[in-house]
Design a binder for this molecule. Structure first.
Ligand code: 2AM
Length: 484
């Protein structure tokens, strides 16, 4: 009998299982395999009961069940497990077959793996999958990159199972070569860190500054979710604030204030440092989680530096509106920074990224899905070469309409001692970005003073470098220049 399997999925943790069930719902025959083979039968006898899903108890059996070219998707722990499976798969697959990694792999690993697997005559895709367990089951955002020749073979499956926007367009398209898919997914996660931190700062000001209850904040987030901030993260925040513990008190108040992280936010910041792109908001979001994790030290510090009165006087309704605007403006900055990062990465790694397409992929299914991404898509559709989101007329107008409130919220929070690292770094970035002249003239003078690093002059063409003997005792020789 001809093999029936359209695709194999290795890794039966919840994401893998849900993707398989999703593929099955869309008419594909999936072969399921897992390192701990007993989980295959567990899955077949429970979640997969009554479906056309096939189980394999060895990689050989799995391969024999697949149509050619064989498509094998790894949904295993990022890191060593992926490399180990690639090695094993290379012994059972044939040239032309396709290995897909759907885990949260570091894009540099994916770049290496694409080259390696292609060198063996097979094709490789590293794909971001976002949307959590629910997304995987009912429609994730899928961001594939790697060997372009593999895409036509994977496209029908991925686009069928992906989330769809209102007009039916799937939140999945080809991202680019090499590690492009995982890079875009990493950036997505970084932006997700930023969005979450922004919401938390709004919540903090409302709670401590305006003295609002969880119920009152629930109403605010409910209203915000009806307008320009409409998004999955605002929606779940609304619902979290309404959730009661068994004793009837808001559950959110009982949760310890220490946040964890798995590393994709950190990777985004590391990559931005390497590329010299200021994604200050995401960086602050990552560091804010680090500060939150220092609970014991914070408890000690709170005794040494007890907080003063942080109540914010004035009309609460107006404040809430100001906070909404501060959040919206900061969010625009965060996405502008994220897009700058992707643009720099595209240049560095020679990826031809479609920025509007990326916004569309993030429009549905994933954690940062929002109405806002529809506006970003429109901006890049209008001008694919848009150098910065802030230059798009829609966003320019939006930022301008928010700046007064944004400054008011940041300055008041600072006065009251409520930490707003993301709101304030966004504003500081904005002010730096729109400054024709920054104090870096002085900085460059300092560098030339102690290190003979040279400087360019405002009254001479760019690219001409000068060195001054500042003290009269330094030498005439300048150090070689370099850029970061
Ligand atoms: P397991 O069920 O055999 O532990 C999520 O952890 C998924 O990744 C699971 O399917 C798990 O398989 C798999 N996994 C984790 N580490 C692995 C490794 N080193 N080799 C193979 N599979 C691994």
């Amino acid at each position: 009998m001809e093999p029936q399997g359209d695709i194999a999925v290795i890794g039966l943790a919840v994401m893998g299982q849900n993707l398989i069930l999703n593929m099955n719902d869309h008419g594909f025959t999936v072969v399921a395999y897992n390192r701990t083979v007993s989980k295959v039968d567990d899955f077949l006898n429970n979640e997969a009961k009554g479906t056309r899903i096939l189980g394999a108890h060895s990689l050989q059996e799995m391969v024999a069940l697949l149509k050619k070219p064989r498509r094998v998707m790894l949904m295993v722990k990022a890191g060593k497990a992926v490399d180990e499976f690639i090695e094993q798969l290379l012994t059972v697959l044939e040239p032309g077959d396709i290995i897909i990694d759907g885990g949260n792999s570091l894009f540099e690993d994916t770049i290496r793996r694409v080259k390696y697997v292609e060198s063996k005559g097979l094709l490789y895709i590293g794909t971001g999958v976002s949307g959590g367990e629910e997304g995987a089951r009912h429609g994730p955002s899928i961001m594939p990159g790697g060997s372009p020749a593999a895409w036509p073979h994977v496209k029908p499956i991925f686009q069928a199972i992906a989330a769809k926007v209102a007009d039916g367009t799937p939140c999945c398209d080809w991202v680019g070569e090499g590690g492009a898919g995982h890079y875009v997914k990493m950036t997505h996660n970084g932006i997700e860190y930023g969005d979450m931190q922004l919401i938390c700062e709004a919540y903090h000001i409302m709670k401590d500054g305006l003295g609002m209850s969880a119920d009152e904040m629930h109403e605010v987030f409910k209203a915000w979710n009806e307008a320009e901030l409409q998004s999955y993260l605002i929606e779940i925040t609304r619902d979290i604030l309404a959730k009661r513990d068994e004793d009837g008190a808001p559950l959110v108040d009982k949760i310890l204030d220490t946040a964890g992280q798995k590393g994709t936010g950190k990777w985004t910041v590391i990559s931005s440092q390497e590329m010299g792109i200021p994604i200050t908001l995401i960086a602050e979001a990552v560091y804010s989680r680090c500060v939150s994790a220092m609970k014991d030290l914070r408890v000690q510090a709170a005794k040494v530096f007890p907080p003063g009165n942080c109540k914010i006087p004035g009309d609460r309704k107006r404040w809430i509106d100001d906070i909404r605007k501060a959040l919206y403006a900061s969010k625009i900055i965060s996405y502008a920074q994220g897009y700058m990062l992707m643009r720099a990465a595209a240049q560095q790694y020679a990826w031809n990224l479609n920025y509007g397409g990326i916004a569309l992929m993030w429009r549905g299914g994933c954690i940062i899905r929002s109405a806002f991404l529809g506006d970003i898509k429109k901006a890049f559709d209008k001008n694919p070469d848009l150098p910065n989101l802030l230059f798009d007329p829609f966003f320019k107008k939006a930022i301008k309409s928010c700046t007064r409130s944004w400054r008011k919220v940041v300055s008041t929070a600072v006065k009251k001692g409520i930490p707003v690292p993301a709101f304030s770094t966004a504003l500081a970035f904005f002010d730096g970005f729109r400054s024709e002249r920054l104090p870096a003239n002085l900085l460059q003078a300092q560098r030339d003073y102690f290190g003979a690093h040279t400087y360019e002059r405002v009254d001479k063409p760019r690219g001409e470098f000068f060195h001054t003997n500042w003290t009269g005792t330094g030498g005439r020789v300048a150090s070689s220049t370099y850029t970061v």
